[in-house]
Design a protein around this ligand. Structure first.
Ligand SMILES: [Zn+2]
Length: 258
């Protein structure tokens, strides 16, 4: 059985990885793990996530009340708790400011073009949530409509949040988002994008169930510019709500200036 201390060590390790990859600067970012139904282990505010010790983390209840730890909990705890409340399958959350993806978020551009097959399989698309003031309930509310459908979200003029079945899984999604942002940037520099068409998207979504790394409960709908909104979703999911996000094909096309 995994102990509290094992999770603390894992948060220390992933915090270092985020810092080494320059996904966070200074005291940016926050990470958490859901210990059980009532408790969340989370990083403190005001310290580098690359230099944490296991004793620095705090434990809060599902209402955000601190029940353990001498440091002060991250001001973004509301965002973590909202994700855990809306997604019982999620056991870990990572928030960071990786430069390329945050650049897209600061430019108001979602990473919603199906340009790379692995991203379609693992994340669908990465939508852009509207801006919300950090450290206030407003920030979490901007994410609310997107949390059920996606495992990675760009936060306008701010950064990225990813979440998954464990901390390493949530961290890997952060790497995928930043890598995909870099690739998308290259296509924009080349002045050309060739999104996957609907037929190939269907095949990729069907393939999700065969990939071990994809164990999300989110439907992760994908859209193709040259077709109707697809009803593609995880085969294991019974939900199908692709229309809820603000990322319809026509808007997607307009974002690209087409
Ligand atoms: Zn942030």
């Amino acid at each position: 059985m995994t102990t509290d201390h094992t999770y603390r060590r894992e948060i220390v390790k992933v915090g270092k990885m985020l810092h080494q990859r320059r996904y966070i600067a200074a005291t940016d970012g926050n990470l958490s793990v859901r210990l059980d139904e009532d408790r969340v282990l989370v990083t403190p505010t005001g310290m580098s996530k690359g230099a944490m010790k296991t004793a620095d983390m705090v434990i809060v209840d599902m209402d955000g009340r601190q029940i353990k730890g001498r440091r002060t909990v991250t001001s973004e705890i509301g965002m973590h708790l909202l994700i855990y409340r809306m997604r019982p399958d999620v056991r870990a959350v990572v928030h960071a400011h990786p430069r390329t993806a945050t650049g897209f978020a600061a430019a108001g551009i979602a990473l919603n073009q199906p340009l790379v097959c692995e991203v379609v399989i693992g994340l669908g698309q990465i939508p852009l949530a509207p801006y919300g003031t950090p450290g206030t309930p407003e920030l979490a509310e901007t994410l609310r409509p997107l949390i059920p459908d996606y495992d990675a979200i760009l936060m306008a003029n701010h950064g990225v949040v990813t979440y998954g079945a464990d901390l390493m899984c949530a961290y890997m999604k952060m790497e995928t988002v930043e890598h995909f942002a870099e690739i998308t940037l290259v296509t924009r520099m080349l002045g050309q994008q060739q999104p996957l068409d609907c037929t190939n998207l269907e095949k990729l979504v069907e393939a999700r169930s065969r990939y071990l790394g994809v164990n999300s409960a989110a439907p992760m709908p994908v859209f193709s510019e040259n077709a109707e909104v697809s009803s593609m979703h995880m085969q294991t999911s019974t939900r199908n709500k692709p229309q809820r996000s603000n990322l319809r094909p026509r808007e997607t096309a307009s974002l690209l200036g087409n």
